[in-house]
Design a protein around this ligand. Sequence first.
Ligand code: CA
Length: 226
Amino acid sequence: MRVLVVEDEVKMAALLRRGLTEEGLTVDVAGDGERAVTLADDSDYDAVVLDVGLPGIDGFETCRRIRRSGVWAPVLMLSARGSLQDRVVGLAGGADDYLVKPFAFAELLARLRALVSRADTDRSSIVEVGELRLDPDTHQVWRGDAEIELSAKEFRLLETFMRHPGYVLSRTQLLEQAWEYDFAGHSNVIEVYIRYLRRKIDVPFDLVSIETVRGAGYRLRKDGGG
Ligand code: CA
């Protein structure tokens, strides 16, 4: 099991490295978020332990960027604060679990193992929502038996929806998770691509899977449009 620890405090980082190594895990440490994003993209980690308080981009932003680069290893966030707000922001940013500092090392290890075993069980990398199926490795998409050709951006957008079936995703969340960074904040690019996507995954099948939720965003129906 390979773990990336992202922590700027040297003592804490050393403690985690030693503890996890003693448990037989392979550990890399990144001292800031940008380094973490690069490492996560280059290596195949089974999990990421991510501190919220980091120099430069914080843990939330680091998590968003890791997800945006297409890495879906489980992320366990560490925070000294632990307010509900932190938790909400962390989970919305794509973290899988959350631990408040100070914590017992045994607790961290237990949470980490639980996350990894959960990820292993649903690792058949194909993502399914109703009749929609998406293979992140081969970039193929199907509805039922029909294969659907998508552009790279349409694919990322659909993947983001399919990782959060039934959830309302705001334009900002979609931009953050599916788009290049510099697009954030302006343009109707999401509306345009939602339209493209509907034309490919819904219209030909006479179904509606991506719903507009007024004033809030969009939602992929849990049944994938039936
Ligand atoms: Ca820190």
